[in-house]
Structures are given as structure tokens and as C-alpha cells.
Design a protein around this ligand. Structure first.
Ligand code: FAD
Ligand code: MG
Length: 346
């Protein structure tokens, strides 16, 4: 599962409890873990009112399940599966949730000229990375499916909230953006319940609410792409922001000494090899961070940096395979390198 961000509270965490508060003190942490979206989702609420926190967590868990049931490609049915089953045939009526996420995914497909492409599912399925039937497909198998990958064939009808895929066999995969959307929705629910300080980790997609209880920023570790989970190369300070990483170490298999990971270059149908081993995005909305982390990974250093520098209020940390780290201008004073094996390159 994606556990690429280790949370580093450089202050000691006060009594983290699973599922209940130990006292009415304001520095109590109420923590819950939920398994959904193929990963472990941690919700940590710093609030003295246990009932309020537990209500917020219950509502969040329900919302997470609702989103998964609509957007998964890993169950019997969902709105996305319905769209895929009707490819080349009919428009499908979907909920505002799914319509919004597909619209955003199409926006990022456009913005990145197809480096991010939500119609990647046939190729993802062919490789099966992260499943027990992961394998290196034959070139002709990839060639047969590649012309199904084209985000311009996703037809959205805003008035009727319907979606259609132009060609039979085309299929949508929201794996690179729907976790981010889920993180934003959980943050919304926590705020609606009056929570001011919280930390949510959806298998590496981190969302923070407010700053830490003492008013200082959250200090989030960036996973060392070349080391085991939890080992970090740097720490980034964030307040009320989200921080999402895509990396080649999250889901992959090795064959003949070569690593095949789950972030596909839609142009080649192979795992992206643009010289990056992890890309981290820091911004306000997690749906944007999620889509951009995948996009930058596929675009590579030059185009990836240029894209992020062109966007308002979005920052990035890019780690290249030669262990160089590139940080965008607005993050420099909140970024601290903590592993001298890596070199800050800009
Ligand atoms: P990201 O970089 O954010 O995304 C990589 C994922 O996006 C790939 O796994 C692929 O699905 C897709 N992708 C690859 N290349 C591109 C590209 N160029 N453009 C656009 N998309 C691309 N995992 C399970 O094991 N079991 C489940 O039941 C399961 N259910 C899920 C349900 C939902 C609604 C979601 C959102 C995810 C679910 N997952 C499940 C996890 C999912 O399969 C992905 O592994 C995960 O979302 C990848 O997230 P990431 O942050 O690691 O990688
Ligand atoms: Mg992503």
C-alpha cells in the first residue's frame, strides 16, 4: 500500500489512543484507523471533546465508504465500472461526486497533455501491478490497447451529469486522483464538526487541518524512495495543507533485476521512466496534489518543475534517480534535507 509519507511529530505525541480519548484534556489525540481504498486510512483528531471527535470520525468513515463504492474498479459494481461497461455505447448517469472527480481528472489530462490520463485502466489492468497476476505484457498486447488510452474520448455532459467513453473497450481508472478527493472530503467533515486540529493519512496522501496544538507547523517526513517505509530524506513544514507523493516504490514488481512500478506513461504503455523516483506535491486541495504528483512523475524533472512553477500556490519536491532533490521556490524555507546521501540540486 502507499505509505510513502512518514509522519514525523518532532514533538512527542501525547497519548495516541486507538479510538478513544483518555481524558477531557485539549491535548488528547483521538485516533481511528479505517481500511478502505486499498489502504489504511488514519484519522487523528486533537480535541478534548471525545463525543465530537467520534461523531466526526464516524461521518468520515461513512463518506470514505460512499466514495469508494462509487469510484472503485476493484469491486463488483460502481459508477466507474458502469461507465466502463458502457464504453462505446451509452451515456451513464452518475453522482455529482464522480462527475466532479472525472471532470478534474480530465482537466489534469488536458493540462499535462495526456501525461496524466484517466483512461489508462486497460493498460493498468494488463500489467496487473499490485495484484498477484502482475507480469510484463508482450509488446503486441500493449500495442493492441494503447489506442484506447485517450482522455479526449471521455465525454462529459454537465447538464445531465452523464459520462460516456467514445470507444468500446475504453475504461476509466481514478486511482491517481480519488484518494486526494477523499482526503478533501474528510477534512470538510472534520471542519463541519468544529474540529480545528487534525491529521489524516490516506496511505501516504496526507491532509492536515490547522497547525499543531502548540500553533507550530506539522512536520511531515518525505519517504526515502530507496529505503524501507518510514525512513525519510527530508522534512517539510505544513499548516492546513495537503502533501502527497507518488513514487516507484509504492506498488511494483521486479523481473530480471528491473523494477516495474504502477505509474504508467500513457504514451508508451510502460511504467514511466522519466528519471524521477518520487514526486511530492504540497498545496491546499488534496485532489490537486494527488493528480499532480502522478503527473509530475510521468512528465519528468524539466516539464514537471515548469508545470508546478506555473501553478499558483502549488509546490513540489522531486527526487531523481541520481539522488538529487529539486524543490520549487515557494517551498525552500519550509524544506529541510535530513539525509546527506541525497543532494539538494537547486
Ligand atoms: P498515484 O501516483 O496517485 O496513482 C497511481 C495509480 O493511478 C495507479 O495505480 C493507476 O491506477 C493509476 N495510474 C497509473 N498511471 C497513471 C497515469 N499516467 N495517469 C492517471 N492514472 C494513472 N487498491 C487495492 O489494492 N484494492 C482495492 O480494492 C482498491 N480500491 C480502490 C478504490 C478507489 C476508489 C481508489 C481511489 C483506490 C483504490 N485502490 C485499491 C488503490 C489504487 O488501486 C491505487 O493503487 C492507488 O490509488 C494508487 O495511489 P498512489 O497514490 O500510490 O499512486
Ligand atoms: Mg496520485
Amino acid at each position: 500500500m502507499k505509505k510513502n509519507i512518514s509522519l514525523i511529530f518532532l514533538i512527542t505525541i501525547v497519548s495516541i489512543l486507538s479510538g478513544c480519548a483518555n481524558n477531557k484534556g485539549t491535548n488528547t489525540v483521538i485516533k481511528e484507523e479505517i481500511y478502505a481504498l486499498g489502504t489504511v486510512i488514519q484519522i487523528q483528531i486533537y480535541d478534548g471533546d471525545e463525543d465530537k471527535a467520534k461523531k466526526a470520525i464516524e461521518e468520515s468513515a461513512k463518506r470514505i465508504q460512499e466514495i469508494e463504492n462509487k469510484m472503485t474498479v476493484n469491486q463488483e459494481k460502481s459508477e466507474v465500472i458502469q461507465i466502463n461497461e458502457n464504453s462505446g455505447k451509452n451515456f451513464v448517469q452518475i453522482s455529482p461526486d464522480t462527475f466532479y472527480v472525472i471532470e478534474k481528472a480530465k482537466h489534469y489530462s488536458d493540462l499535462t497533455e495526456g501525461a496524466f490520463d484517466l483512461t489508462i485502466e486497460p493498460i493498468v489492468k494488463l500489467w496487473g501491478i499490485g495484484t498477484e497476476h502482475a507480469r510484463v505484457p508482450k509488446q503486441e498486447e500493449i500495442d493492441d490497447l494503447l489506442d484506447l488510452v485517450d482522455y479526449k474520448d471521455v465525454i462529459l455532459d454537465k447538464n445531465t451529469q452523464q459520462v460516456k467513453l467514445n470507444k468500446k473497450g475504453q475504461a476509466i481508472d481514478l486511482g491517481a486522483i480519488a484518494k486526494g478527493y477523499t482526503g478533501d472530503e474528510v477534512k470538510k467533515i472534520l471542519k463541519e464538526n468544529g474540529i480545528k486540529t487534525a491529521f489524516v493519512n490516506l496511505g501516504g496522501n496526507v491532509v492536515t487541518l490547522g497547525s499543531k496544538l502548540d500553533g507550530s507547523p506539522w512536520r511531515i517526513g518525505v519517504q526515502n524512495p530507496l529505503d524501507e517505509r518510514g525512513k525519510h530524506i527530508a522534512v517539510i513544514e505544513v499548516v492546513d495543507e495537503t502533501i502527497v507523493t507518488s513514487g516507484n516504490y509504492e506498488r511494483y514488481f521486479m523481473e530480471n533485476g528491473k523494477r516495474y512500478h504502477h505509474i504508467i506513461d500513457p504514451k508508451t504503455g510502460y511504467p514511466a521512466e522519466a528519471g524521477i523516483i518520487s514526486s511530492t506535491i504540497v498545496t491546499d486541495a488534496s485532489i490537486d496534489a494527488d493528480a499532480l504528483s502522478t503527473s509530475v512523475y510521468v512528465l519528468g524533472l524539466e516539464k514537471g518543475m515548469a508545470l508546478i512553477e506555473s501553478l499558483e500556490n502549488v509546490e513540489a519536491v522531486i527526487v531523481t534517480e541520481d539522488k538529487k532533490i529539486y524543490v520549487t521556490s515557494g517551498l525552500k524555507d519550509r524544506f529541510k534535507l535530513e539525509n546527506e546521501e541525497f543532494q539538494l540540486a537547486n
